[in-house]
Design a protein around this ligand. Structure first.
Ligand SMILES: C[S@@+](CC[C@H](N)C(=O)[O-])C[C@H]1O[C@@H](n2cnc3c(N)ncnc32)[C@H](O)[C@@H]1O
Length: 265
């Protein structure tokens, strides 16, 4: 499956995804992943930023509210339709561009920083995407991204319960079996059945790599690793969002910030 076929599947997911995420059912994003991502982010006020795989623009808007001059890029026109509608309703100066992470429609050295919230593992040819991100960053600029955790987002994954029915562990397997376009079907688990029934399940092609492959691809693309995060629901998060408790058993997400190396450093 190539990036255009992948983009078409995402386009088909966009209306349901936008409706359910905006209704508050993307709880791992809202309660856990995005707050940790923003806590790891340095000050972006006054910087030019690209949000790669911006979807309907939720996180792009958070960055614009922090004072960054944001461009959101996505391959799926329906996501951009929803993002632009929100920009019209409540303008933040965000520019939305349709394009692919594999061939970014921007001049070299255009951005101070790039974010990619849960999108890089959705694009084929990861090394090419990273090379493109490196190209459009200014020297010294940074890329910060979140992905499903390569060590726990494995083809075999089953929950284990104790005698009281509490979820306490996962059985994981197939870590080295790379997924390259295999399609997962799912929906937001916290959405009530009646809401989920209104939409077809998401169809999401997966592109996975082992942890060492991710890190080596970043290094080979010309980045230095600056910071790593594995978001975890603390007590306060659990009180607000009890349905994220399974993210205490093992890390669901990995967040990495890398810096574009100065040539010849
Ligand atoms: C899991 S969604 C994340 C959306 C958004 N960043 C968020 O956190 O809500 C992944 C996004 O990546 C986009 N995407 C997939 N392949 C892409 C590609 N080759 N280039 C740009 N965007 C792509 C999809 O259309 C989708 O919007």
């Amino acid at each position: 499956m190539n990036h255009l076929q992948t983009g078409k599947l995402w386009n088909d997911n966009a209306d349901a995804w936008t409706a359910m995420a905006r209704a508050g059912y993307d709880i791992y994003r809202d309660c856990l992943n995005t707050p940790a991502f923003l806590a790891m982010l340095s000050d972006v006020a006054g910087l030019t930023g690209l949000d790669l795989g911006c979807g309907e623009g939720h996180n792009t808007r958070l960055l614009a509210r922090r004072g960054a001059a944001m461009t959101g890029l996505d391959i799926a026109g329906r996501f951009l339709h929803h993002a632009r509608a929100e920009e019209t309703r409540a303008p933040l100066g965000v520019r939305y561009v349709q394009g692919s992470g594999l061939e970014l429609p921007f001049a070299s050295a255009s951005f101070d920083f790039i974010t990619a919230f849960m999108s890089l593992m959705d694009m084929p040819e990861t090394a090419r995407v990273l090379a493109e991100a490196h190209r459009v960053l200014k020297p010294g600029g940074f890329l910060q991204f979140s992905i499903t955790h390569p060590c726990t987002d494995t083809p075999i994954r089953r929950k284990v319960k104790d005698e009281q029915g509490r979820e306490i562990a996962f059985v994981l397997g197939g870590y080295f079996l790379r997924q390259a376009g295999q399609i997962d079907e799912w929906s937001f688990s916290s959405a009530p059945a009646a809401v989920r029934a209104q939409w077809a399940p998401f169809r999401v092609p997966r592109y996975t790599h082992a942890l060492s492959q991710w890190l080596n691809m970043l290094i080979d693309a010309g980045f230095s690793i600056e910071r790593i995060g594995e978001p975890y629901p603390d007590d306060e998060t659990l009180e607000r969002c009890p349905d994220t408790s399974d993210a205490r058993i093992m890390p669901y997400f990995l967040q990495i910030r890398v810096k574009k190396r100065i040539i010849n450093d």
